[in-house]
Design a protein around this ligand. Structure first.
Ligand SMILES: [Zn+2]
Ligand SMILES: [Zn+2]
Length: 373
């Protein structure tokens, strides 16, 4: 097995079957394997020796090579991936699922809180004079490949040229629908003062990809001041990470809690449901003013349950953390899994009625939609 630079553009040198052409590789292992929904990974001798991205002592969520959530269920197998893909349950999305919204945010916001869904899991958060991007993805595809992989069905809800001066970029994990090198390079060129905050190990991936912005990497439970008024805390999530075929869980993933003068903003990140993760948010930080909660990429449940919540569990998260308001994201822009484009919003609406929760407390946002408070 030859060691070469990863053809999946993850920025690391991996052991890769060098003779495999990229299309054959895709056909054999399946795009979902590396898109953040496949949940399987290939072993190589080197992959079991040490982390590609992080050197540090073992902890209660790092075994010296891979990160894990204590009690985390085992990784999915290739056979399970095949059973999902062969089951034929994938709904057909429309080629275009345009949003009625398009935002032109102000240059900054001194008082209050303004949050725009750019699309999928990409947000602009404005508070206390700071402009903060979360998981910015402006590319046409959430994929390591320009020619294949989930293609966006709606335009970003803020045109790139209409972004205000960006001060901070928070990245929850390295899946392609959250960490997009093309967007980060563009941000580095046009917003050179922006600082990136990532969970452990992801700084090595960004540096290897030539991202020139200042990067800080932190662990679960650690905090990073973003300004004199805003502090970002990294919180655990029930998820995983991978850029290529051999680096599964070699870099950490997380959610964020932002302490701002306008209140607590809770960014779930990708996660399966695990109640203590969310009750602890309320215990540690108080009830969030606003939670950004994923509601999409959940079918089939037998495969997705451990990594992505469905709208029912998203409502559980709302109640566990006690958020006064929530935005439903991670749906309706890139088709990653089997459910129909509109299903997350429909199921969320039904669940809120069933539980007697006002529809305006938890809204499935479309790109360009703005929350102000
Ligand atoms: Zn993910
Ligand atoms: Zn995701």
């Amino acid at each position: 097995m030859a060691v070469s630079t990863c053809p999946l553009r993850c920025g690391a040198k991996h052991s890769i079957l060098s003779a495999m052409k990229r299309r054959t590789l895709l056909k054999t292992l399946g795009i979902p394997t590396i898109l953040g929904v496949g949940g399987v990974f290939a072993y190589s001798r080197r992959a079991n020796a040490r982390s590609f991205y992080y050197e540090g002592p073992p902890s209660d969520h790092f075994d010296g090579v891979r990160f894990f959530l204590p009690g985390q269920t085992r990784d999915k197998t290739q056979a399970e991936l095949w059973s999902w893909r062969m089951a034929g349950g994938k709904q057909v999305w429309p080629a275009s699922f345009a949003s009625p919204f398009q935002d032109r945010p102000p240059g900054g916001l001194r008082n209050g809180l303004r949050v725009t869904l750019i699309g999928h899991a990409s947000f602009l958060i404005q508070a206390a004079g700071q402009n903060i991007l979360v998981d910015p993805v402006y590319s046409e595809r959430a994929s390591p490949f320009a020619f294949a992989g989930p293609k966006r069905v709606n335009a970003p809800g803020i045109a790139f040229s209409n972004l205000p001066r960006i001060d901070h970029i928070l990245i929850t994990h390295n899946h392609y629908d959250h960490m997009d090198m093309a967007t980060l390079r563009r941000l580095a060129a046009e917003h050179p003062g922006a600082k990136i905050l990532v969970p452990l190990g992801n700084d090595a991936i960004l540096a290897a990809a030539g991202i020139t912005l200042s990067i800080a990497a932190r662990d679960w439970g650690e905090a990073q001041p973003l300004s004199t008024d805003i502090t970002a805390h990294l919180v655990p999530a029930k998820h995983w990470s991978a850029r290529g075929l051999f680096d599964r869980r070699h870099a950490l993933w997380c959610g964020f809690v932002l302490e701002t003068p306008a209140g607590i903003v809770h960014i779930c990140g990708d996660t399966g449901y695990h109640q203590p993760l969310f009750t602890s948010i309320r215990e540690k930080f108080g009830a969030p003013r606003l939670s950004l909660i994923p509601i999409g990429a959940y079918e089939p449940r037998w495969f997705m349950r451990d990594q992505h919540v469905d709208p029912q569990d998203a409502v559980n998260i709302l109640l566990d953390c006690g958020a006064k308001a929530a935005i439903g994201c991670h749906w309706g822009t890139f088709q990653l899994t089997d459910e129909a484009a509109e299903s997350p919003a429909e199921e969320l609406a039904g669940e809120l009625v069933k539980r007697g929760i006002g529809a305006d407390r938890f809204v499935a946002f479309r790109p360009g939609q703005v929350w102000e408070g």
